[in-house]
Write a protein that binds this ligand. Structure first.
Ligand code: AP5
Ligand code: ZN
Length: 213
């Protein structure tokens, strides 16, 4: 399947992605994860992206479309994919359509992680991630077996630099202004499935499985 996950910061896209990936054997492309890796490695792309990310603003469409275009060429992404955090502007959605048109394929479903803004601060400020795998934990909702340590590798967990209440405000503003129109874009094509993203993780997984079955 070819799937797009859209939702505000902390709505659970990254939490559900690995489960969807395991169940449907797709490639998982998360632009946020790819950009953070580029920033950490100080690549030219990372250097350009860092300032916007630290402020909670979107990185330019050209940069993001470039990395997605490149990543989608991977053999594992030919039969299907999950896009997590892309497209985030209508321009990005149009570019994606161009890329897919050329391959003669279409998006199957857009999962909209619908949730009230008020819930998100607690989720964002309690999040701890394992940078190399992208696994995320939450001090209250999904604690690791040992505090501060990844369950699988035993490596240390870190907090994202943009996971503060202040930066969350800008990220939410960007979501409402620039990304909500993308949901309309796909709703007009009849592709959007709305999820109750405020529910506990397992219930959200069940909703996702129902939509995809
Ligand atoms: P990105 O990394 O995509 O961040 P985001 O969209 O803000 O989303 P998050 O990763 O914060 O949220 P999530 O939905 O994945 O939540 P999670 O599952 O981890 O982007 C970062 C930046 O990169 C952007 O600001 C921008 O600068 C740039 N960027 C990226 N893509 C771009 C693009 N296409 N164009 C331009 N710029 C781009 O869950 C959060 C926490 O809650 C976790 O601790 C988790 O354990 C917990 N949790 C999850 N689900 C539940 C639940 N159901 N109940 C209780 N707790 C839960
Ligand atoms: Zn994420």
């Amino acid at each position: 399947k070819r799937l797009i996950l859209i939702g505000p910061p902390g709505s659970g896209k990254g939490t559900q992605s690995p489960i969807i990936k395991d169940d449907y054997c797709l490639c998982h492309l998360a632009t946020g994860d790819m950009l953070r890796a580029a920033v950490a490695a100080k690549t030219p792309l990372g250097v350009k992206a860092k300032e916007a990310m630290d402020k909670g603003e979107l990185v330019s469409d050209d940069l993001v479309v470039g990395i997605i275009d490149e990543a989608m060429k991977k053999p594992s992404c030919q039969k299907g994919f999950i896009l997590d955090g892309f497209p985030r502007t209508v321009v990005q959605a149009q570019k994606l359509d161009e890329v897919l048109d050329k391959q003669g394929v279409k998006v199957d479903k857009v999962l909209n992680f619908a949730i009230d803004d008020a819930i998100l601060e607690e989720r964002i400020t309690g999040r701890w991630i394992h940078p190399s795998s992208g696994r995320s934990y939450h001090t209250k909702f999904a604690p690791p077996k040992t505090p501060g340590v990844d369950d699988v590798t035993g490596e240390p967990l870190i907090q994202r630099k943009d996971d503060t209440a202040a930066v969350l405000k800008s990220r939410l503003e960007a979501f409402h202004k620039q990304t909500m129109p993308v949901i309309d874009y796909y709703a007009k094509k009849g592709l959007v499935a709305n999820l109750h993203a405020e529910k506990p993780p397992k219930e959200v997984t069940a909703e996702v499985q129902k939509v995809l079955s």
